[in-house]
Design a protein around this ligand. Structure first.
Ligand SMILES: [Cu+2]
Length: 414
């Protein structure tokens, strides 16, 4: 005879199931990446991305585009982040809207994790094939074990066409041509469905009868007899044997259908060849650096010595992918994302050419709303409030030298 208790128990169980399935099925679309919320010191003192190029602003489904450029692995890597000994060159996109057709560091194909050396600069490129139409923010990214995803600058790329026409064909080592987009899909649906049904059958068998509360009461009262009947035991044995049988049958089928299999390849690649950078003949000493909160401006006092044989001027300061340029020295027409480009954000107290052999102390101001918009100014609230970035100097022939700076940053609130 059914009692109120049974009904309550059943209803609670159904409610629990519904809650769980809702939690699993409800996945709202993310519209941003959270790149601005990554700690400023992570973006400033780990990987510095520069000379970036997104080959196309618009691509059609099945077409490819390439992101290429360079990254410098900062020598003053923060203590709190694991060193980039196991790093994976990646792309920050909202889900599989592109597939990665290949990625290279230098000339080396890097489908696996690599070891990067602190203080070195590497060139890279990533080839992407468009999959899902839409307008997507495409970032460079380095996944570092113990450090997380270190995000680079993002630029919007539009994919046109329809996703239904996307194909991802490749020829296996046994000479078979397959489309990875749909390969084995019906088999996946079949096995998921089958195990789902087995699971539901098992649940239904036990939930037909009073479940949690009445059984709990019975156990508390010491009335264990009859909770599990001989029939229950037989059904359990059938489920057990059936499950094992299904697994063995499935395994046998798979082995005979696919006699040759290789495991997914994983491993660490060492010995990445860094980029040969032009020799640096400029010495930069940071005398002091401060961040003026009301003016959204960072000010540095730099003592620069030119040990080279041609006069140089400071043209760019790049930190956390935000580029501050002095337009009199250097202008950027590479199509760099506008929100990250302060094309007149760098002012220098005396930016006349620094002659060979000359030492000069200059005041450099990097000001732009990006300090706040990209939440780089949060740095001043860190216990180790340091900044780091790349300075680019240019001579009259357009030759460029890159110098790292790294110094404590003192906030000014008035
Ligand atoms: Cu983004």
């Amino acid at each position: 005879m059914k009692t109120i208790k049974d009904k309550v128990a059943k209803l609670s169980f159904v409610a629990l199931l519904m809650t769980l399935s809702a939690a699993m099925l409800y996945t709202p679309t993310a519209s941003a990446h959270g790149e601005k919320s990554q700690a400023a010191f992570m973006r400033m003192r780990t990987i510095h991305w520069f000379d970036l190029n997104w080959s196309k602003p618009v691509v059609e489904v099945n077409e490819t585009m390439e992101i290429s450029g360079k990254f410098h692995v900062f020598a003053g890597w923060p203590e709190t982040v694991d060193k980039p000994e196991v790093s994976f060159l990646n792309i920050g996109i909202p889900g599989p809207v592109f597939i990665r057709a290949g990625s290279w560091i230098g000339d080396q194909l890097v489908p696996r994790s690599v070891t990067l050396e602190l203080g070195e600069t590497y060139s890279f490129r990533v080839l992407l094939k468009a999959r899902r139409p839409g307008e997507w923010h495409v970032h460079t990214m380095m996944n570092v074990e113990g450090g997380g995803p270190i995000i680079g600058p993002g630029k919007f790329v539009t994919i046109t066409g329809t996703m239904g026409s996307f194909t991802n064909e490749l020829t296996t080592l046994t000479g078979q041509t397959i489309d990875l987009e749909t390969w084995g899909l019906s088999n996946i649906y079949f096995w998921h469905g089958l195990w789902y049904l087995v699971g539901v059958a098992w649940l239904v068998y036990w939930c037909r009868r009073p479940v949690f509360i009445p059984r709990h009461l019975a156990v508390s009262a010491g009335k264990l007899d009859g909770l599990i009947t001989d029939g229950d035991k037989k059904v359990a044995i059938i489920f057990f044997v059936g499950t094992i049988g299904l697994v063995l049958f499935g395994m046998g089928q798979a082995n005979s259908k696919y006699p040759v299999t290789t495991p997914l390849q994983a491993g660490l690649m060492r010995g990445m060849v860094p980029l040969e950078m032009p020799e640096v003949s400029i010495n930069v000493k940071v005398e002091e650096a401060s961040y003026r909160v009301p003016g959204r401006a960072m000010q540095m006092t730099l003592t620069i010595t030119n040990n080279g044989d041609s006069a140089v001027r400071l043209g760019e300061f790049n930190t956390a992918s935000v580029r501050f340029l002095d337009p009199e020295v250097y202008q950027d027409d590479s199509g760099y994302p506008a929100d990250l480009l302060a094309d007149a954000g760098l002012s220098v107290s005396d930016n006349s050419p620094i002659q060979p052999g000359e030492t000069r102390t200059i005041e450099v101001t990097a000001s732009d709303a990006a300090w706040e918009v990209y939440r780089l100014s949060d740095l001043i609230y860190d216990p180790d409030s340091r900044f780091a970035g790349l300075l680019f100097f240019f001579d009259e022939n357009g030759n460029r030298q890159m110098v790292m700076v790294d110094a404590p940053l003192i906030p000014v609130f008035i």
